[in-house]
Design a protein around this ligand. Structure first.
Ligand SMILES: Nc1nc2c(ncn2[C@@H]2O[C@H](COP(=O)(O)OP(=O)(O)OP(=O)(O)O)[C@@H](O)[C@H]2O)c(=O)[nH]1
Ligand SMILES: [Mg+2]
Length: 387
């Protein structure tokens, strides 16, 4: 059901998007909520906005406390090739895992809730680093940190669910997944989905790319709906079977997919069949890895798994007269030479002449290609500009 929001509420949503500080965000979200009429069609939206508001208020509270003066905060700035947030129940071993994987001095203890603030460590994988974020534990449905941990997950590039092999891993997994879902974070890609990329400057108009079908609407309906939210510059991708309702969800961004990995920890003391048991009794789509943070078993596989689930590639640039950069660009799988050019400088798109590619995507070393050439992990790209 499309929410049928009054114009006033739609305008207020725009203010939410524009808000910069936490205080502004809270104020804007409160204003928005008060303008949303209460009926069945807006139920999910209201629940989501209320949760989001609780999250922001807790964050603000936290900042006001003296702990923040010591430099502790729930905000974690991204570093490295991707941010991976660990989420799990108390005592599952999140802090010990991060300590073992990155050397970060996290607090490890038998006492549940020993972690009360996020802490980071950098995990090296070949020539890149992933930022791992240790978090306070969640208790499905009732934990004091749930909202803020969900806030961290929402911002993450990948979520790592940590289970304890000495417990019922199926129940714990489903509980954690349920908590994420109720915060609008989905662990599997919906069959149909909508992606809206808003342009701040430059391009004008709404471009709709169909990689699927609109079940109950036309492209014109989509444009009208966006216009009613004052969105006039955007690229909309329709993937799979999609309803107008899905388009509206995408406008709010209240449901989003996150790649994930499930780590079953404590296999040194837990049931050896825990991984198999989880695989059989759930529909986990991604990787499940059994490890022991204590003995180190299985930990060596994590970097590669993270890389794989993120669906990213590394591309090295080279200029015509010099060597290859040693720091790769991190791009989405399926990225093209155009994406590389954009990353370097907008002049590189405007003045692009051709590129040469060495590596897995090239037919022969130094193959001459255009902007639409699809790149692969470990390619080297050299861009030539018009004279
Ligand atoms: N045997 C065994 N014990 C582990 C393993 N990983 C963690 N532990 C122990 O489990 C307890 C909890 O570990 P932590 O890393 O503090 O757990 P946590 O998930 O960070 O706990 P909270 O901060 O409360 O969420 C500690 O006593 C650890 O030594 C493991 O792989 N095997
Ligand atoms: Mg901890």
């Amino acid at each position: 059901m499309v929410t049928n929001l009054p114009a006033e509420a739609k305008a207020k949503w725009l203010k939410v998007l524009e808000a910069r500080t936490i205080e502004e965000k809270i104020k804007a979200l409160e204003d928005f909520l008060s303008a949303v009429p209460k009926h069945k069609g807006t139920e999910n939206l209201r629940e989501w906005a209320t949760k989001r508001l609780a999250e922001l208020r807790e964050e603000l509270e936290e900042r006001k406390k003296k702990s923040v003066r010591r430099g502790l905060s729930f905000l974690v700035e991204k570093e490295g090739a991707a941010q991976v947030v660990l989420v799990g129940l108390p005592n599952s071993g999140k802090s010990l895992l991060i300590q073992r994987l990155t050397g970060a001095r996290t607090r490890v203890s038998d006492v549940p809730f020993s972690t009360t603030f996020p802490q980071v460590g950098m995990l090296k994988y070949e020539d890149i680093y992933f930022q791992l974020v240790d978090t306070p534990p969640i208790l499905p449905g009732r934990g004091p940190f749930n909202n803020r941990v969900m806030g961290l997950c929402r911002n993450a590039d990948l979520i790592m669910i940590i289970l304890d092999a000495t417990r019922d891993v199926v129940k714990d997994y489903l509980d954690i997944r349920g908590e994420l879902e109720s915060a609008g974070i989905l662990l599997s890609k919906a069959k149909g989905r909508v992606e809206i990329e808003r342009y701040k400057t430059g391009k004008v108009g709404i471009k709709v790319t169909m990689m699927g079908e609109l079940v109950d609407a036309t492209i014109e309906d989509v444009k009208r709906l966006l216009a009613s939210y004052n969105i006039h510059n955007a690229h909309v991708r329709i993937i799979g079977r999609v309803t107008l309702d899905d388009v509206e969800h995408a406008i709010f961004g209240n449901v989003q997919y996150k790649p994930s990995i499930v780590v079953v920890n404590k296999i040194d003391v837990g049931d050896v069949r825990a991984v198999e048991y989880l695989r059989k009794n759930t529909d986990v789509e991604g990787s499940i890895l059994g490890v022991s943070a204590l003995t180190g078993q299985g930990l060596e596989k994590l970097g590669e798994l993270i890389f794989k689930e993120l669906e990213i590639i590394r591309v090295y640039t080279k200029s015509p007269n010099s060597g290859v950069s040693d720091k790769p660009l991190i791009l989405r799988k399926g990225a093209t030479v155009l994406d590389v050019a954009k990353r370097i400088h907008k002049d590189f798109v405007e003045n692009f002449h051709y590129a040469r590619v060495w590596g897995p995507s090239s037919k022969y070393p130094g193959e001459r290609v255009g902007l639409d050439h699809v790149l692969m992990d470990k390619d080297i790209v050299e861009i030539h500009l018009k004279e």
